[in-house]
Design a protein around this ligand. Structure first.
Ligand code: F6P
Length: 342
């Protein structure tokens, strides 16, 4: 097995479950180091019962991770196939998000590579599953932060802008914003204008509330009534999967709000705190169920599949379906949040 892309609470719980079930069934298990890079460079080590002890609550990934894309490296795919054989492997469990599983889907389609997937990401943007593991923990961290920001916002009569992760979808912002009682939430899928956000804040203050909480998703583009849109990024360079590094929209939005409303405004960027540390009980359980399902798929030789959550059931779906497009926040969810704006 390997873990790829950004780390995420619950990765070690999946590793434990995959290994436990396969070891119990008489398989030998290997941990590949640092995502696809480990297969490009043939770096892996055997996993026994001792290696998986104590993993359930542990944050991060004991396998390490990377954003290596073998399809973007000269001879990368050939190296993966060659090393997979040289290491004597029969099947791969790839634990990752759209990028890592996108590679898995392509390797399966184009090379018949024996791989199954487990849907990981705090962003919750993978299709064909209701939830990815790690998302619940990120929402919990953000909600706790919003609760804390409420009390200091109220004491100082301030507007508090909270920037959360999520890349090009607003799942974390919407869910933590609803849970934390945010007064305005801005997300990439349904971009309300800066002017509308300021109107909501003013309306609230006219009703006698002297403070406001604004949650903004890092992928929100500053959108103006004129129709102009401005993306805020950390750097223009793209990673091996073609992503820009997002971040900074909170600061830009806070500046706009303060200028336009005259209310004192502060910014909190939650950043990688959302990904670190121990998974919530819900994520531990989901990760465990996903890991067992992935091991079952391997045991049954059902490759090209991904463990998924539909309602309360763990099912399997095709990797191609899961990675075909991003799962965005549906309008209905945003309406729930919007009912409390202003
Ligand atoms: O995909 C998970 C995620 O945390 C995104 O929400 C965020 O945009 C990105 O990874 C940050 O990546 P890095 O860890 O490379 O800064």
């Amino acid at each position: 097995m390997l873990t790829g892309g950004g780390d995420c609470p619950g990765l070690n719980a999946v590793i434990r479950a995959v290994a436990r079930r396969l070891l119990d069934r008489g398989w030998e298990v290997e941990g590949v180091r640092e995502g696809w890079r480990g297969l490009v460079e043939a770096r892996s080590s055997p996993f026994g019962y001792r290696e998986i002890s104590g993993l359930l609550p542990r944050g991060g990934t004991i396998l390490g991770t990377s954003r290596t894309n073998p399809f973007r490296l000269d001879g990368g795919v050939e190296a993966v196939l060659r090393n997979f054989e040289a290491l004597g492997l029969d099947a791969l469990v790839a634990i990752g998000g759209e990028d890592t599983l996108g590679v898995a889907a392509r390797l399966y389609e184009e090379q018949g590579f024996p791989v199954v997937g487990v849907p990981k990401t705090i962003d919750n943007d993978l299709s064909a599953t209701d939830y990815t593991f790690g998302f619940d923990t990120a929402v919990w961290v953000c909600t706790e932060a919003i609760d804390r920001l409420h009390t200091t916002a109220e004491s100082h009569n301030r507007v508090m802008v909270v920037e959360v992760m999520g890349r090009h979808t607003g799942w974390i912002a919407v869910m933590s914003g609803i849970a934390g009682g945010a007064d305005v939430i801005l997300i990439p899928e349904h971009p309300i204008t800066v002017e509308a956000a300021c109107d909501d804040i003013r309306r609230r203050h006219q009703r006698g509330k002297d403070f406001s909480i604004v949650v903004v998703s890092e992928g929100y583009e500053l959108t103006y009534a004129s129709g102009e849109q401005r993306a805020v990024t950390q750097e223009a360079a793209l990673d091996q999967f073609g992503h820009v590094r997002l971040g900074g929209v909170g600061e830009a939005l806070a500046h706009e709000i303060e200028q336009r409303t005259g209310f004192e405004t502060r910014v909190t960027v939650l950043g990688h705190v959302q990904r670190g540390g121990s998974p919530t009980p819900r994520d531990r359980v989901l990760a465990t169920r996903y890991g067992l399902k992935a091991a079952d798929l391997v045991h049954e030789g059902r490759f090209g599949r991904m463990a998924a959550l539909h309602g309360d059931s763990i099912v399997d779906v095709s990797l191609a379906e899961a990675t075909a497009e991003l799962k965005t926040v549906p309008p209905g969810w945003y309406e729930v949040a919007r009912a409390f704006f202003g």
